[in-house]
Design a protein around this ligand. Structure first.
Ligand SMILES: N[C@@H](Cc1ccccc1)C(=O)O
Length: 530
């Protein structure tokens, strides 16, 4: 150990311990606090600092007995013990029944009865034929100013003294060693008589660590002496000290600029929530309007309106959760229901030949948890402005096996752009913004895809440093079967991007499940500003 630099970096509490005790002394938290007048908690702090510097070491652990003042004890200390209060009352009222005593003092009958027993045994109280309590030897007690007879003089002051002592002790706790034999007997006696729950003291057994100095103590104490460090140095100069001049003539503690500052844990937004907000802000700043909708939707809006054939295996790519109660919506709004039904059956007025099957108007009312954010886009079309730009953050549900890149509920950021001038180039521009600017991907791929509601369709894939290539989302230009049926006659570019997957990339995570982790340390480490 480098004695010189250790000496300079000791805290005054540590210095005082080193100087006050000798090698070979046994130290405990309580002892140090009471010998040196430390505040509660300072003993523990100083000894653990000294231990980490290997100036003290643990010698052994002992079970020790302590007595803690209970709530009741604190009340007794303030208002008086039942005995004290009863003597006072009877002295004033001369004669009074036990129930009246209980009522006057707010004590329960049991306490009053037992205090009466004690006091009559001691020859202080007696009861007359009318069951009224009166003071024996009243005159004598008045004179001496002491309500107690010889025996009482022994017991009551002990209890009173204990209450005062415990009240002054750190955390209302007295150590066994601090008490006289008579005091211990008194506590145990009261607790036995009143039962543990009715006692003014709680008896606790606690493990105490006994420390002793290591071999460096003497050398350190010598170096402290030589440096003139006493532990009474001023650590903090306060305005009061300046105005009353009490700093004069005192030594100051030297600064240690190498001490690492305490870690400040400030409150801040969850990084994932922040990410979602940032994406929203970005879209709003680009002139997008936000849309939203319920988690429970109909088959109609979730899929049929998007030209997904009702009983085709293509529908299986979305393993949807069904609502059990109620099973179906009451109705679907017209003319959308008929328009879409015709589009499926024969193309209707959309210029398509349709899927060529009989549209099931019962099935289409079935309630499900939405499986794609595109449901919001479909519902927006009938009232969309042209030109117009819309987005939504949609929590979606699919019956899926959970792994690093799949969750059974997830967020998509859905978007549509409507306008005469909209085309594939418009779409690719937005896809690039999501992949590069929002997700922060370096490697991006746009590949042809298939969705029943878009033509052409484009999938965007990005390369994650650990997970490799994965699909970020799907997109395309809505088919006329969708747009014409829902009252729109201009091109509509549409996309649904897995926002959780973007966050995975942007926040430097390797598993989607981490986004929803409640491991606070882990969450704190994430960059919220990504
Ligand atoms: N809804 C599609 C993505 C998509 C949205 C919009 C247009 C084309 C594709 C999906 O969840 O996979």
């Amino acid at each position: 150990m480098d004695i010189q630099s250790t000496v300079k970096n000791l805290h005054p509490l540590e210095v005082r311990i080193i100087r006050h005790y000798k090698s070979g002394d046994e130290l405990t938290i309580e002892k140090v606090e009471s010998d040196l007048g430390f505040k509660p908690g300072n003993g523990n702090q100083a000894l653990s600092w000294l231990q980490s510097k290997e100036i003290v070491q643990e010698l052994r652990r002992e079970m020790r007995i302590y007595y803690e003042l209970t709530e009741l004890g604190r009340e007794w200390k303030e208002k008086g013990t039942p005995e004290e209060r009863m003597i006072e009352l009877v002295r004033n009222r001369k004669e009074i029944t036990l129930p009246d005593i209980a009522q006057a003092l707010g004590l329960d009958n049991k306490d009053v009865g037992s205090a009466f027993g004690t006091l009559s045994k001691l020859g202080i109280f007696a009861m007359n034929g009318a069951k009224r309590v009166f003071l024996l030897r009243a005159a004598q007690m008045m004179e001496s100013g002491k309500p107690f007879g010889a025996e009482a003089d022994q017991l009551f002051p002990i209890v009173r003294g204990l209450l005062d002592k415990a009240h002054a002790a750190p955390n209302y706790i007295l150590a066994n060693d601090d008490l006289s034999q008579a005091e211990r007997v008194a506590i145990v006696g009261i607790s036995k008589k009143r039962g543990a729950s009715g006692s003014p003291f709680r008896i606790i057994e606690r493990e105490t660590v006994v420390f002793a100095f290591t071999a460096v103590r003497d050398e350190l104490a010598g170096a402290l002496d030589a440096a003139g460090i006493t532990g009474d140095e001023i650590g903090t100069l306060t305005p009061e000290m300046l105005s009353d001049g009490s700093w004069k003539g005192r030594a100051f503690r030297s600064y240690n600029v190498k001490v690492p500052p305490t870690r400040l844990i400030v409150g801040r937004t969850n990084p994932y929530a922040k990410f979602l907000e940032d994406v929203k802000d970005k879209l709003v700043s680009l002139g997008f309007e936000e849309f939203d909708g319920p988690l429970v939707e109909t088959e109609f809006w979730n899929s049929d309106a998007l030209f997904m054939p009702q009983f085709h295996s293509a529908r299986d790519i979305h393993d949807v959760y069904h609502v059990a109660e109620p099973e179906k919506a009451q109705s679907i709004e017209e003319p959308w229901l008929s328009n879409i039904a015709e589009a499926h059956e024969n193309g209707g007025k959309t210029g398509s030949r349709g899927w060529n099957y009989t549209f099931d108007r019962e099935f289409t009312r079935r309630l499900i948890l939405r499986s794609q954010g595109t449901v919001l886009s479909a519902k927006q079309l009938p009232t969309a402005k042209i030109p117009g730009k819309y987005f939504g953050m949609a929590r979606c549900f699919r019956y899926d096996r959970v792994d690093a890149t799949h969750l059974s509920d997830f967020y998509q950021t859905e978007g549509i752009v409507l306008g005469e001038e909209v085309n594939l180039r418009t779409l690719l521009g937005f896809l690039e913004m999501f992949a590069v600017e929002v997700a922060g991907a370096k490697d991006v791929k746009y590949v042809p895809g298939y969705f029943p509601f878009t033509e052409p369709s484009v999938e965007v894939h990005i390369k994650h440093p650990v997970l490799g290539w994965f699909e970020l989302g799907g997109s395309g230009i809505f088919r006329p079967e969708v747009t014409q049926s829902l009252g729109v006659s201009v091109p509509v570019a549409a996309w649904g991007i897995g926002i959780d997957r973007m966050a995975l990339m942007a926040l430097g995570l390797n598993d989607l499940r981490e986004l929803f982790s409640n491991d606070i340390e882990n969450v704190r480490l994430r960059r919220a500003d990504a």
